[in-house]
Design a protein around this ligand. Structure first.
Ligand SMILES: NC(=O)c1ccc[n+]([C@@H]2O[C@H](COP(=O)([O-])OP(=O)(O)OC[C@H]3O[C@@H](n4cnc5c(N)ncnc54)[C@H](OP(=O)(O)O)[C@@H]3O)[C@@H](O)[C@H]2O)c1
Length: 334
C-alpha cells in the first residue's frame, strides 16, 4: 500500500518536496491533497502537481481521512500551531526544520505527538542522504579513528528573502541554515550534549535577527566542533570531520551529493526533477520521505536517525547560541 501524503502550504519548499516525492515509485508514495491558506493557491499547486484534492484551509486537510501523513512546509513561527492541529487530528507529521522557534515549543509538539500516538519527525533531510548514511557507517566502524574536531559551515546571501530577515517571520541565520551545521556536528557526536558552547554573532541592526553566527562547541574527552552560518555572505559550505585515522570532507554539507574520504571523492547524485526547483538538490528530500514510509510501515512513532531527542537537542543548542548572540523572538517571551 502506498503512503498517502497531504501537503500543508503551497510555498516554495512544499513545491520541492512534492517534486521529490514524485521521484519515488507511485506504488510507495502518493500525494493525495494539498492545503493552503487561500483556496486559489492550493488549487494552483494541485494543478501544477496533478493532485486530486485542494483545500483552502489546513483544518480541512486535518479532517481528510485519506491521508496517512502530512508534510508541513509553512514558515517556522507557524510550526507549533500547525503541528498541534495535525497531531490532535491523529495525523502523522513530517515538519520542516526548525521544528519550532525554541525548546519550549518543541517540547509542546513532541508531547502532543506522544499523547495522540502519532509519528512525528523534524524534516532534517540531510541525515537521510546516502552520503550521511556512509558517514555514519565510517564512524560506527571506527574507520576515522577517534574524531577530535568537526567543522561545519553554511553561508548564503539571504538578505533579500523576507522570511530570512524579518523577526516575526522567523528570520535569522541560525534557525534557517545554522541548524544544518548543528545537526551535522550532533550526528557525528552521536547526539551527545556539548560540555560548553561559546557563541558570537552579528545581529542585524534594523531587524534584530542574527546575520552571522560562529559557535565553538566543546564535547567530552576533549573533542571540539566549530560551526559558522551566515545569511550575509556565501561560505564554502563544507563540513569536515577530523579523526586520528582519517579525514572526511562533505561538500554542500546540507544536501550532499559527494563525499571526500582521505582525499578520495565519491559521487552520490540525486535524481533529476520533473519541474524546476526552488532550492538546490531538493529531490534529495526523497530519502527522508522514504524514511517516514519505513517508520510508518513498522508502526514507529519516531525515526532513530532523526529522533525526538535529536530535535530537542537541536532546539536547546539553538536557544543557548541565540541567548549568547542576543536574539530574542516573541515566542521566547510567552
Ligand atoms: N529542507 C530545506 O531544504 C528547506 C529549504 C527552504 C525552507 N525550508 C523550511 O521550510 C519552511 C518554509 O520555507 P519556504 O521557503 O517554503 O517559505 P515560503 O515559501 O515563504 O512560505 C511557506 C508557506 O508558509 C506560509 N506563510 C508564509 N508567510 C506567512 C505568514 N506571514 N503568515 C502565515 N503563513 C505564512 C504560506 O502557506 P500557504 O501556502 O498556506 O499560504 C507559505 O506558502 C521554513 O520553515 C524553512 O526553514 C526548508
Amino acid at each position: 500500500m502506498a503512503t498517502r501524503w497531504g501537503i500543508c502550504s503551497a510555498g516554495k519548499i512544499s513545491h520541492d518536496f512534492t517534486v521529490a516525492l514524485k521521484t519515488l515509485p507511485l506504488e510507495d508514495h502518493q500525494v493525495v491533497a494539498v492545503a493552503a491558506r487561500k483556496l486559489e493557491d492550493a488549487q494552483e499547486f494541485a494543478k501544477k502537481h496533478s493532485i486530486s484534492k485542494a483545500y483552502g484551509s489546513y483544518e480541512e486537510l486535518a479532517r481528510d481521512r485519506d491521508i496517512d501523513v502530512v508534510y508541513i512546509g509553512v514558515i517556522h513561527p507557524y510550526h507549533l500551531n500547525t503541528c498541534l492541529l495535525f497531531t490532535n487530528a491523529k495525523k502523522n507529521v513530517l515538519c520542516e526544520k526548525p521544528l519550532a522557534m525554541n525548546t519550549k515549543e518543541v517540547q509542546q509538539i513532541l508531547a502532543s505527538a506522544k499523547k495522540n500516538g502519532v509519528f512525528l519527525m523534524e524534516a532534517v533531510w540531510t541525515r537521510f542522504f546516502p552520503v550521511s548514511v556512509e558517514i555514519r557507517r565510517l564512524l560506527a566502524q571506527g574507520e576515522l579513528g577517534e574524531v577530535k574536531m568537526v567543522r561545519s559551515e553554511f553561508g548564503v546571501p539571504l538578505m533579500h528573502v523576507p522570511r530570512a530577515m524579518q523577526k516575526e517571520l522567523g528570520g535569522g541565520a541560525l534557525l534557517d541554515i545554522g541548524i544544518y551545521c548543528l545537526q551535522f556536528v550532533s550526528m557525528v557526536y552521536n547526539g551527545e550534549k556539548p560540555e560548553s558552547i561559546q557563541a558570537s554573532g552579528v545581529v542585524h541592526v534594523e531587524t534584530g535577527v542574527d546575520e552571522t553566527v560562529v559557535a565553538i562547541l566543546k564535547y567530552s574527552k576533549n573533542r571540539m566542533a566549530v560551526i559558522t552560518c551566515s545569511s550575509g555572505v556565501k561560505l564554502p559550505n563544507d563540513a569536515i570531520i577530523m579523526g586520528t585515522k582519517g579525514t572526511v570532507r562533505v561538500p554542500a554539507m546540507w544536501c550532499p551529493t559527494s563525499l571526500v574520504v582521505n582525499e578520495k571523492e565519491t559521487e552520490y547524485p540525486v535524481p533529476e526533477p520533473y519541474l524546476p526547483l526552488n532550492f538546490i538538490n531538493s529531490t534529495g528530500m526523497r530519502y527522508e520521505a522514504e524514511e517516514v514510509r519505513q517508520c510508518l510501515l513498522k508502526g514507529l512513532k519516531e525515526s532513530t536517525v532523526m529522533s525526538h531527542a535529536d530535535s530537542l537537542l537541536l532546539a536547546e543548542l539553538e536557544d543557548e547560541i541565540r541567548r549568547q548572540v542576543g536574539v530574542v523572538y516573541s515566542q521566547d517571551c510567552q
